[in-house]
Design a protein around this ligand. Structure first.
Ligand SMILES: NC(=O)c1ccc[n+]([C@@H]2O[C@H](COP(=O)([O-])OP(=O)(O)OC[C@H]3O[C@@H](n4cnc5c(N)ncnc54)[C@H](OP(=O)(O)O)[C@@H]3O)[C@@H](O)[C@H]2O)c1
Length: 276
């Protein structure tokens, strides 16, 4: 495993296991499988409605809690200072733990214009030692500019949609300039057409790896934190076996060149105001 050090000194495994769309009833088994394989980083969210299953897997595992980096996120309906504190308490209760390693604002929800108040609540949660690190997800240069101006501490992470079809060059560069780590969501492009790209097949053959492993290696070499999701045990293992080969710089660039401005799969955070 490779670790990165966040701007607040917290160390974080660069590869983790994402659990969006894993039903609560299955999360116990899949997170247990991931921990057995060697993952030490799990990415969930209140909105995924599986914090209970994730928490039970962590509690019942032989792996000590302090060896697992656990992330959860505040949902869009919970913006505002008091609401954020309440949402955090609820997440801790569901997870059955007394702290998380990373707490993120899931989306800025610009129309509600509450993310600065929410950030103050996250700063309080961090000051109280209940989240070792705090950060954001789906923030743009505009929303981050304001957070950096009005907050008292910078976010450690910005978790954004990022994969070879949408490589987010400008946002990665923005994060880097401001000492914020970039974390990639949907790192495999949700397992769609991307994994059939001939370039990835060719590189996979060269290194004896699958297209998914080549994509994950690309992320690691760009410096991204990466959190692939799978409910398939063989794929959970495959996605972990990415530390024993290295792409050439020119190959990293070729993969990045698959991207385009239209490569986004998920919502555009500048206009995503859904709170349901
Ligand atoms: N902050 C946010 O707004 C946000 C948004 C989206 C996601 N996320 C986080 O990012 C994580 C990952 O993103 P994601 O779940 O959207 O997509 P992803 O990890 O890019 O792709 C997951 C899909 O790829 C398939 N897959 C996984 N490994 C594979 C492999 N080795 N070969 C072929 N197919 C493979 C999975 O299938 P099976 O499961 O059937 O094996 C699943 O359908 C989420 O779980 C969540 O933690 C955050």
């Amino acid at each position: 495993m490779q670790y990165i050090t966040l701007n607040d000194g917290v160390s974080m495994p660069q590869l983790g296991y994402g659990v969006w769309q894993v039903p609560d009833a299955e999360a116990y088994d899949t997170v247990t499988a991931a921990l057995d394989i060697g993952y030490r980083h799990v990415d969930t969210a209140a909105a995924y409605e599986n914090e209970r299953g994730v928490g039970r897997a962590l509690r019942e595992s032989d792996v000590p809690r302090e060896e697992v980096f656990l992330t959860t996120k505040l949902w869009n309906g919970d913006h505002g200072y008091d609401a954020a504190l309440r949402a955090f308490d609820k997440s801790l209760e569901q997870l059955g733990t007394d702290y998380v390693d990373l707490y993120l604002i899931h989306w800025p929800v610009p129309d509600r214009d509450l993310y600065i108040e929410t950030w103050r609540a996250l700063e309080k949660i961090a000051a109280d030692g209940r989240a070792r690190a705090i950060g954001v997800s789906n923030f743009t240069a505009d929303t981050l500019d304001r957070l950096l101006r009005e907050g008292t501490r910078p976010p450690a992470i910005n978790q954004i949609e990022l994969h070879p079809y949408f490589p987010q060059k400008a946002m990665r560069e923005y994060d880097r300039r401001h000492g914020i780590a970039t974390e990639a969501w949907s790192p495999l492009g949700q397992g769609g057409a991307l994994l059939n790209e001939p370039l990835l097949g060719r590189l996979g053959e060269k290194y004896g790896k699958s297209p998914a492993q080549v994509v994950l290696r690309w992320h690691l070499q760009l410096g991204n934190v990466v959190i692939p999701k799978s409910v398939t045990p063989a794929r959970i293992r495959e996605n972990f076996e990415v530390f024993d080969f290295e792409l050439e710089v020119s190959e990293v660039e070729e993969i990045t060149a698959l991207g385009s401005d239209g490569g986004r799969i998920g919502p555009d955070p500048a206009v995503f105001n859904y709170v349901g």
